[in-house]
Design a protein around this ligand. Structure first.
Ligand SMILES: NC(=O)C1=CN([C@@H]2O[C@H](COP(=O)(O)OP(=O)(O)OC[C@H]3O[C@@H](n4cnc5c(N)ncnc54)[C@H](O)[C@@H]3O)[C@@H](O)[C@H]2O)C=CC1
Ligand SMILES: O=C([O-])CC(=O)C(=O)O
Length: 271
């Protein structure tokens, strides 16, 4: 069984640990890490199988087969390269960190040299299968429109830097329109899906992102629209947010668990 290290014991980390602990994924949690000791302790208390420990990422990199980052873009910037250089597989949820092309290339090159794999789950969006296939020919445009309740957007650097106060909002409002590269910096906890779409399609600088704050909804919604030689694709998803973290959709955690199942399964279905 593969030995997994988890960096980040919030909503997604907890869901992954529970899935492994229940036997739904044939793997073993070797270690967990969170800079909040309390969060790591809460996850340790949940686990009933194996011998999971709190341990530093450096120790995971020495001892695990796969490290799952479900913490923050900062954590990706800190641990992705050492993991890839050490030949350890890595799953990344805070995909926005890859908008820096030099960093992305360094991690890719290190993984290629060491033979490790970097897994990026489809996360809180659908349609990555069709987009990846479409990208085998010419794609003329990709856009993502994300619509979230105000509580899911609060505290984003873009809102703070531009003095945008959404607390009195009564109707949906377009609060951002720009490239995916700009969106993942301004909203690092909200539009990692746009980073994933950029990597599957035409890149961070050509993917157009719109973010709408909507006080009338309770779901996190994403619409993907792609035009290319293949034709025209439209995808819309209405995600239930996690009860623990309104920024994150439940589907994001399910997609991480599903990716783990795919890694450990002899049958590989879908692109
Ligand atoms: N790829 C996708 O489609 C999606 C990605 N995400 C991203 O996945 C990540 C995890 O999401 P959630 O579990 O909902 O977040 P969360 O906020 O519930 O949990 C994150 C945990 O990581 C810890 N953490 C943050 N930075 C850390 C660091 N440098 N070192 C150690 N611990 C650190 C925090 O203390 C917290 O306990 C976030 O970056 C989120 O933006 C979320 C939803 C969709
Ligand atoms: O969970 C979602 O709906 C999207 C999200 O937070 C992200 O992509 O970072």
């Amino acid at each position: 069984m593969i030995k997994i290290g988890i960096i980040g014991c919030g909503f997604i980390g907890t869901q992954i640990c529970s899935a492994v602990d229940s036997g739904a994924v044939p793997a073993e949690i070797f270690g967990i890490f969170d800079f909040s000791e309390a969060k790591a302790d809460d996850v340790l208390k949940l686990l009933k199988t194996g011998n999971p420990q709190k341990c530093a990422p450096e120790e995971m990199i020495e001892s695990c087969d796969l490290i799952v980052e479900c913490a923050s873009q900062d954590a990706v910037l800190k641990y992705a390269l050492p993991a890839a250089e050490n030949g350890v597989d890595l799953m990344v949820l805070s995909v926005g960190a890859f908008q820096n092309p030099d960093f992305y290339q360094k991690v890719r090159d290190a993984a290629a040299a060491s033979g490790s794999k970097i897994y990026i789950p489809s996360g809180a969006i659908a349609g990555t299968d069709g987009l990846k296939s479409a990208a085998m020919a010419n794609i003329s445009s990709v856009s993502v429109t994300t619509r979230k309740p105000v509580s899911g957007l609060s505290g984003s650097p873009y809102l703070i830097e531009n003095n945008i106060d959404l607390s009195e909002l009564k109707e949906p409002k377009l609060i951002f329109e720009g490239t995916a590269a700009e969106a993942v910096v301004g909203f690092p906890k909200n539009v990692n899906v746009c980073a994933t779409i950029s990597l599957c399609g035409i890149g961070f600088d050509k993917t157009v992102v719109r973010i709408i704050a909507d006080p009338t909804i309770s779901e996190n919604m994403h619409e993907l629209e792609v035009y290319g030689d293949f034709g025209h694709m439209k995808m819309a998803i209405e995600n239930k947010p996690s009860p623990k973290n309104p920024k994150t959709s439940y589907l994001a955690a399910l997609s991480a668990v599903s990716t783990l199942k795919k890694i450990t399964d002899p049958m590989q279905i879908g692109v």
